[in-house]
Ligand binder design. Sequence first.
Ligand code: MG
Length: 161
Amino acid sequence: MRIGHGYDVHRLTEGRKLILGGVEIPFERGLDGHSDADVLTHALMDALLGAAGERDIGVLFPDNDPRYEGISSMVLLREVMRRLREKGLRVGNVDVTVLAQRPKLRDYIPHMCVHLARELGVSRDRINVKATTEEGLGFTGRGEGVACHAVCLLEEQEGER
Ligand code: MG
């Protein structure tokens, strides 16, 4: 077993879509960034890469590279998973916490889990996503941005150690 942790933050701004876990969520603002700024998928990719000993998404997909401008983070996640499989690693489980004062994410979470389970090649019950407000405190509480923590376990396939 190998453990990984990822953390990411993106600023909320007008004129952008809000995409979390590959799901577009209706809201008056969205996350700013070079890619689609899917903060959940970014934190998750960093957890996966961390567990694999493969640095982080900033190294893999530099934010000054025009190839990644506006790209769906689910496409980047597919590339991360390709690298993990190449190393003989598969996902045990992942657990993700999104920190957002608004909007309420509860109703969108099952859809996110379906997307993520498909990309990670695991059953739905190995993916957990939860959301919390921060009681109005800090930059997330003031609605200036959305943060996300992710942890994962990877399993080394027999003979790959
Ligand atoms: Mg990011």
